[in-house]
Design a protein around this ligand. Structure first.
Ligand code: DAK
Length: 262
């Protein structure tokens, strides 16, 4: 498969590798065009379907993870054309279908749809140069890919309101304090750290990894009692896996486990 707006590679040494996707429209600060989002969706689904891949890292350039949806494409739309064509809707949530972890490695601007895309990843590792924002209000619109919903869940109501209503950007240190990102690293270490995190995850049992992702996401949808109940069922279910015997057996034998992802 050849792509024009993204770069797709495989990284890692172990039996399960990391799928690395780099947003690549540098002149437009990786503005998320329709073609880019189509390509991103295809690449994500292909890695998700590949048994040799354990984890996916999504990144941009040093200057921008992504500066948002492509503004020139949006400008001419009317309500009717936006409504009838489902303006930039069809390919924006493909990432949510991915069952393997997707780590966002963010340097530079993550604005508007770029910030929303990063928030749709499972966790964000930020370079110390990262800047997050939802500046749609400056364009006379509002976020359309979950910014008003995911940002308050990530950083709380007050900071979300502040960012959404004033369009101010949050730097990496503030984003880490607010819980938007899991860690901040020096910019020149960003890919090393993100790929190392992916490599660590790749070494664990694939079904455990996928279930943890599913359950953490359930925490945002279900009441606590229901989430804990589903966790309990999955916990019991894993005692039917080969990897549970291998993991616990390896611990007792003081050796590294060799998971078979089954
Ligand atoms: N779209 C297209 N081009 C963009 C762009 C964008 N979002 N952001 C930047 N560029 C282009 C600039 O036009 C410029 O192009 P040239 O003039 O060189 O041809 C080039 O990137 C470099 O930008 P600047 O010259 O402006 O660079 P600066 O360093 O001075 O400023 C900046 C960087 C990121 C602060 C600034 O470019 C900026 O404010 N950009 C716009 C950020 C923004 O407003 N983003 C939100 C866009 S609205 C939905 C899904 C998603 C969305 C909505 C609905 N559904 C599923 C329904 C998302 C909406 C949005 O993201």
């Amino acid at each position: 498969m050849s792509y024009e707006c993204i770069l797709v590679e495989t990284r890692g040494e172990g039996s399960r590798k990391t799928g690395l996707i780099t947003l690549n429209r540098p002149k437009q600060l990786n503005a998320l065009s329709d073609q880019l989002m189509d390509e991103l969706g295809q690449a994500l689904l292909a890695f998700d379907a590949d048994d040799g891949i354990g984890c996916i890292v999504l990144t941009g350039s040093e200057r921008a993870f992504a500066a948002g949806a492509d503004i020139p494409t949006m400008l001419p739309h009317t309500f009717m054309s936006a409504f009838k064509s489902g303006l930039i809707s069809k390919n924006w949530e493909t990432i949510l279908q991915v069952r393997k972890p997707v780590i966002a490695a963010v340097a530079g601007f993550a604005l508007g749809g770029g910030c929303e895309l990063a928030m749709m990843c499972d966790f964000i590792i930020a370079a110390d140069t990262a800047k997050f924002g939802q500046p749609e209000i400056k364009l006379g619109i509002i976020p359309g890919a979950g910014g008003t919903q995911r940002l308050p869940r990530a950083v709380g109501k007050s900071k979300a309101m502040d960012m959404l209503l004033t369009a101010r950007m949050m730097d990496a240190a503030e984003a880490e304090r607010a819980g938007q990102v899991s860690r901040v690293v020096p910019a020149d270490q960003l890919m090393t750290e993100a790929l190392a995190a992916a490599e660590t995850i790749n070494g664990f049992s694939g079904p455990s990894v996928m279930l943890i992702k599913e359950l953490v996401n359930l925490a945002y949808q279900a009441p606590l009692s229901e989430g804990v109940g589903v966790e309990r069922r999955y916990f019991h279910a894993l005692f039917g896996s080969e990897d549970q015997r291998e993991g616990m057996g390896a611990f007792l034998e003081k050796r590294a486990p060799a998971f078979k992802h089954s």
